[in-house]
Design a protein around this ligand. Structure first.
Ligand code: UDX
Length: 447
């Protein structure tokens, strides 16, 4: 383990996905870190080395950091007192019934932090927030503790790669106050926190608050647009008999375009892309710039249409009626290597199929407990074989490696009819067809 030249005392406020990984990663970098989490059960679980969500490699990192004695958790904000840097990592979900982000947790965390914040300390926002939030919070900091400062340092981690993305990010973005006489040199402090990452030669962008806030929403909007672009092409492929996978391969060879995030299928879900593009549109509206982002509405529409199309395709292959048909759904998480079912396209499709009279059985390598907790109306089983027992059709909706590696001949023995719908264009079509399966996928021609 490599230590930083000057270990710092840090606090990380909000130990959900982002905060828990950030806290343990900062301890790994050699700092003394306290994670503040209002949910007592979550704080206790983390302190005992138990990870309350699925993230490859995180439990080992958490245990290592706890064993080093540099990481602790508390539910009391007083434990953050005296830290040189306080990272705000709380969630900014979509507001119920609206597009805008709900800033309740950011406001509450900041208000409670201000009670313990000391002079010379730096508050660093990592949550994804509407542009303008950092400037507002900086005023609150200045009003209460004039010798403290605030910076915005967005986080770009992907679920499933959270540890790697935190310790080896592809860029660092610091949004800092422009006053030359700022009470704290935020860039210098952050360089100290990220000393090892900076020493690795990681590109760094030092900018104003608004740009830093927008980097995050712009990046997620671009990724969402890329996915919806290829899914729009899939719609056209379905209308013309062209093949979207080959199309993506061919255009992806142009390195100005690139092949990443061009996988056509059920589209994007999760706790970030859908809510971030909506909050971005809402904020643009408030700023009188809504026209600039109306295209994101179409990005969202294309994305949602894929789910409807998948249900239609399932009906088509089931002889035009879903009533009483037994359907196996492989995958419930919004993407593989995650147990996160927030806005999961797979579950959305499973629920629609069930509502339309199908007898649906869902399985997932990691998300079954979450499905049972939040979607009690869905029949959930532990293995693909149980899900597919007597099935009229099998739908692959989250491309877990385990499902891509299923042997179509053996697996075919449990179903009633060998029909597979590949919602992620992830299966080896030829081997499934060779084993006697009827293979259908979004944006691919039928054979
Ligand atoms: C995303 C951003 O990638 C990350 O930088 C940001 O910090 C948080 O939001 P995440 O939500 O973990 O990360 O998932 P990501 O890997 O980006 O996938 C998002 C969704 O897009 C998933 O539902 C995935 O299945 C889908 N997707 C991705 C596609 O449909 N096609 C693709 O080609 C890529």
């Amino acid at each position: 383990m490599s230590e930083t030249s000057t270990p710092l005392k840090l606090s990380v406020i909000g130990c959900g996905y982002l905060g828990a990984v950030h806290a343990a990663s900062m301890a790994e970098l050699g700092h003394e870190v306290v994670g503040i989490e209002v949910d007592v059960a979550k704080a206790e679980s983390l302190a005992a080395g138990r990870v309350p969500f699925f993230e490859p490699g995180f439990e080992e990192l958490l245990r290592r950091s706890l064993d080093s004695g540099r990481l602790s958790f508390s539910s009391d904000m007083a434990a953050a007192r005296g830290a040189a840097v306080h990272f705000v990592c709380v969630g900014t979900p979509q507001r119920r019934g609206e597009y805008a982000a709900d800033l309740t947790y950011v406001e509450a965390a900041t208000a409670s932090l201000l009670d313990v914040l000391g002079p010379g300390e730096l508050v660093v926002g990592k949550s994804t927030v509407p542009v303008g939030t950092a400037a507002r919070l900086a005023e609150q900091v200045a009003a209460r503790v004039p010798e403290a400062a605030l910076a915005w340092n967005p986080e770009f981690l992907r679920e499933g790669f959270a540890v790697q993305d935190t310790l080896h990010p592809d860029r660092l973005v610091y949004g800092v106050a422009d006053a030359a006489d700022a009470p704290v040199d935020a860039e210098k402090v952050l360089d100290g926190v990220y000393a090892r990452i900076v020493a690795d030669g990681t590109p760094k962008v030092v900018t104003d608050y608004a740009t830093a806030e927008m980097v995050k929403t712009a990046a997620n909007s671009f990724l969402a647009t890329k996915i919806s672009f290829i899914n729009a092409m899939a719609e056209l492929c379905e209308a013309t008999g062209a093949d979207v996978k080959q199309l993506a391969d061919a255009i992806g060879h142009d390195d100005r375009i690139g092949r990443k995030f061009l996988n056509a299928g059920l589209g994007f879900g999760g706790g970030c892309l859908p809510k971030d593009i909506r909050a971005f549109m809402a904020r643009a509206g408030e700023l009188g710039a809504d026209q600039a982002l109306t295209f994101l509405r179409e990005v969202d529409n294309i994305n949602m249409r894929r789910r409807i199309r998948m249900v239609e395709l399932a009906r088509q292959v089931c002889d035009d009626s879903l009533l009483g048909k037994r359907i196996a759904v492989l995958g419930a998480a919004f993407k593989p290597d995650s147990d996160d079912i927030r806005d999961s396209p797979a579950l959305n499709v499973a629920a629609q199929l069930q509502l339309q009279g199908a007898n649906v059985r869902v399985t997932d390598p990691a998300a079954v407990p979450n499905v049972r907790r939040h979607w009690a109306q869905l029949d959930c089983v532990d293995t693909p074989e149980e899900a597919a027992e007597g099935a009229d059709a099998v739908l692959l909706l989250t491309e877990w490696r385990q499902y891509k590696e299923l042997d179509p001949a053996t697996f075919g023995k449990v179903v009633r009819t060998r029909r597979v719908l590949d919602g992620r264009n992830a299966l080896d079509r030829e081997s499934w067809e060779a084993a006697g399966w009827t293979y259908r996928a979004l944006g691919r021609r039928n054979v």
